[in-house]
Design a protein around this ligand. Structure first.
Ligand code: RB5
Length: 150
C-alpha cells in the first residue's frame, strides 16, 4: 500500500515518528514535507497530500497539523477526499468501516506518539463495511456535485 504523509510545523514531529514506524512495517511512504519545525501554512500541505490521494497516485493519506483540524478541513475541500480527524482508535475504526475515509488527520499537539501509532495501525488495517454505509457515503460524495452546480 502506498501512503502519502504530510504535515505543517505543528505536526512535524509526529509525522516523522509515524513515517519511521510505517516504513519499518513495510509500507511505501511518500513524505511531501515539511522537513522542519519552520512555520508554514497547513492548507498547502493538506491540499498537496489530498490531490495525490484524489489522483490515485497513492492509496491513502495521513496528515498532521497542530490540532489536525486545519489540515483536515483543507484536505476535505478536494473532490473525492474523505479525511477523518481521529483522536482515538474507535474513531479510526469507524472512519474506515462507516465513512470509508481515504485520509487520516492527526493533531501533533493533541495526540501522544503511542496512541497516534495505534490509531494509524487501526485505520490502515480496517476495511470499509459497505452495505448501508455505501449509500450514505455516496450521498456525502453527491454533495460535491451540488457545490459545482451552484
Ligand atoms: C499552527 O500554529 C496551527 O494553527 C496548525 O498546526 C493547526 O493546528 C491548524 O489547524
Amino acid at each position: 500500500m502506498k501512503i502519502v504523509i504530510a504535515s505543517d510545523h505543528g505536526g512535524f514531529e509526529l509525522k516523522e515518528v509515524i513515517k519511521e514506524d510505517l516504513i519499518k512495517k513495510g509500507y511505501s511512504i511518500s513524505d511531501i514535507g515539511v522537513d522542519s519545525t519552520k512555520s508554514v501554512d497547513y492548507p498547502d500541505y493538506g491540499k498537496r497530500a489530498a490531490l495525490m490521494v484524489a489522483n490515485k497516485e497513492v492509496d491513502k493519506g495521513i496528515i498532521v497539523c497542530g490540532t489536525g483540524i486545519g489540515i483536515s478541513i483543507a484536505a476535505n475541500k478536494i473532490k473525492g477526499i474523505r479525511c477523518a480527524l481521529c483522536t482515538n482508535e474507535y474513531m479510526a475504526r469507524m472512519s474506515r468501516m462507516h465513512n470509508n475515509a481515504n485520509m487520516l488527520a492527526l493533531g501533533g499537539r493533541i495526540t501522544g506518539i503511542g496512541l497516534a501509532i495505534d490509531i494509524v495501525d487501526v485505520w490502515l488495517s480496517t476495511d470499509f463495511e459497505g452495505g448501508r454505509h455505501e449509500n450514505r457515503v455516496n450521498k456525502v460524495m453527491e454533495i460535491e456535485k451540488l457545490k459545482e452546480e451552484e
